[in-house]
Design a protein around this ligand. Structure first.
Ligand code: NAD
Length: 490
């Protein structure tokens, strides 16, 4: 403005005395204004991140974040499938060298799990989360033409992630949700906010570098329960994908929106007398001890037939468990890890067995993977989803009794169960009766996530709402497109 007023007398002189110059400047001003208009029209859908936003994709308010994601998705849905494949391939490649650091940071921030195990889980996520290939088109043709069923984007998905697998869930959901053409608002657990923010901003940079779109995934600088609830009710969020405990799934179901709810589990591992006992013991220890048992699919109890129980327990000890036989020690562990209201003491969730044993003043050797003990079927360690490396062993006298105990312990969650047996009829019967999203026969529970088992992986197992092991196709709307004028060449 200062320069403009200083220039005014000269400007007036020039304009009054030179019509040619006047016309030239007039047309230049028109050109500039038209150019500005064109630019703002084309860039209107992209809400730029605030100037002080040092972390791409990280916002201060729910609405700003969702508006930015909405604008990004509007551009993304016009991209080709090859573009989606490219961005997913770039995410896999760029995140791979970061796995160790992400695992370390997650353990540091949440205080849960083991770095080496998180490395395995993160590599599994990058290797086996399905992408665009998961969106399978269906087609019907006949005398009246052709009808296509295609899986297309919802728009902006509101994804809620847990503290137990924060990085795995965030990357897994990003791959699956982008594959289906969506943008994602991540409502992350406040206890994993630093790691999650870092991840969202890094993924944003990878995505922007890969396909030139910013804010396809967004999150909040300061996540909270309140902001998660605000997101659930936001009119521009088309689908909620909730990975967490029963409370948050219930809350999301009250939103009136479509919800994919991945809730809690309490998976039993049944071992009968026909099983390869040594292998069963090793599989159970591997599955139950992975990341200190914080996976929802991890074995939370063992149900063993009486005749093989002593051998099974012995083999579990050989496989890295510490067996607690003194009843007072077991009670001390209960007092330490279960709160009076019957919920696990968060102080010990996901902690190493040695930390729990130290706190209970129970001696041990080395670095045990799991703490095991014999308990009745209604013991707190058996019925509560502890999410700790504590595994009770319940003894039964028959297959039928064992199945009933497993059903009781799983408590109708229909999440995950495992069985070790060579009796096909029993394996089949238990699989049918448990009605779980994941049922693993003769392997560690994580085989059901595609880790040393066949199939793809996921960290969002939606049992309450029925999608089971989720993938890109769950994050897409099935739409019907009908052509009446032929295209039947049979
Ligand atoms: P949590 O339920 O405490 O938190 C999960 C997420 O929900 C967090 O982002 C949290 O901030 C949010 N949240 C919690 N209560 C809320 C409410 N009332 N309103 C809005 N948002 C809310 O769970 P956690 O301790 O982080 O994770 C462990 C639980 O999640 C276990 O029960 C485990 O079985 C379950 N889990 C399930 C799956 C699955 O795929 N089924 C996967 C991982 C974890």
């Amino acid at each position: 403005m200062v320069i403009a007023s200083a220039m005014q007398p000269i400007w007036r002189f020039m304009m009054e005395n030179n019509t040619q110059l006047k016309e030239m400047i007039r047309s230049m001003v028109i050109d500039v204004l038209q150019g500005q208009n064109q630019e703002s029209a084309s860039s209107q859908p992209i809400k730029q991140a605030p100037r002080d936003q040092v972390e791409p994709g990280v916002f201060d308010t729910v609405d700003d974040a969702i508006q930015a994601a909405k604008a990004a998705q509007a551009r993304f849905e016009d991209c080709t499938l090859a573009t989606r494949e490219k961005v997913i391939a770039d995410i896999r490649a760029a995140m791979r060298p970061r796995v160790q650091e992400l695992a370390q940071k997650t353990v540091e921030e949440t205080g849960m799990g083991r770095v080496a195990d998180k490395v395995l889980k993160l590599n599994l996520t990058l290797d086996k989360t399905p992408g665009v290939e998961d969106l399978v088109t269906e087609c019907e043709t006949g005398d009246n033409g052709m009808t296509l069923y295609e899986l297309s984007a919802y728009g902006v998905i509101g994804a809620i992630t847990p503290s137990t697998n924060p990085a795995e869930t965030l990357i897994c959901n990003t791959i699956g949700m982008l594959a289906a053409g969506n943008a994602v608002f991540f409502s992350v657990h406040p206890g994993a906010k630093h790691l999650s923010r870092l991840l969202v901003s890094e993924l944003n940079q990878i995505i922007a570098k890969s396909i030139g779109i910013e804010n396809l995934i967004v999150t909040l600088r300061e996540p909270s329960i309140e902001s998660a609830q605000e997101m659930m009710l936001h009119p521009d969020v088309s689908l909620l994908v909730v990975t967490g405990g029963p409370g948050v799934v219930k809350q999301a179901l009250q939103s009136g929106k479509k919800v994919i709810g991945a809730g809690a589990g309490n998976p039993p591992a049944f071992v009968d007398e026909t099983a390869d006992i040594k292998k069963a013991a090793q599989d159970i220890v591997l599955g139950a001890s992975l990341d200190n048992n914080i996976l929802c699919i991890a074995e939370k109890s063992v149900v063993a037939m009486r005749q093989i129980e002593p051998q099974l327990v012995q083999e579990m000890v050989k496989a890295g468990c510490v067996l607690i036989e003194n009843q007072q020690d077991i009670q001390r562990l209960v007092d330490l890890t279960v709160l009076p209201n019957g919920t696990p003491n968060k102080k010990f969730v996901g902690k190493n067995a040695s930390v729990i044993l130290d706190a209970a003043h129970i001696p041990y050797n080395g670095d045990p993977r799991l703490i095991i003990m014999r308990t009745p079927k209604d013991h707190p360690f058996a019925v509560i989803e502890m999410l700790m490396p504590i595994l009770p062993v319940v003894t039964v006298d028959s297959f039928d009794e064992g199945l009933d105990v497993c059903l009781m312990l799983e408590a109708g969650l229909h999440h995950t169960a495992t069985m070790h047996s060579l009796n096909m009829e029993r394996l089949n019967r238990m699989a049918r009766k448990m009605k779980t999203s994941i049922f693993v026969k003769n392997g560690p529970s994580y085989a059901g996530l595609g880790f040393s088992g066949e199939g793809t992986t996921t960290f969002t197992i939606a049992t309450p709402t029925g999608e089971s092991t989720t993938s890109a196709r769950c994050f897409a709307r099935r739409r019907r497109c009908c052509l009446t004028t032929g295209f039947n060449i049979r």
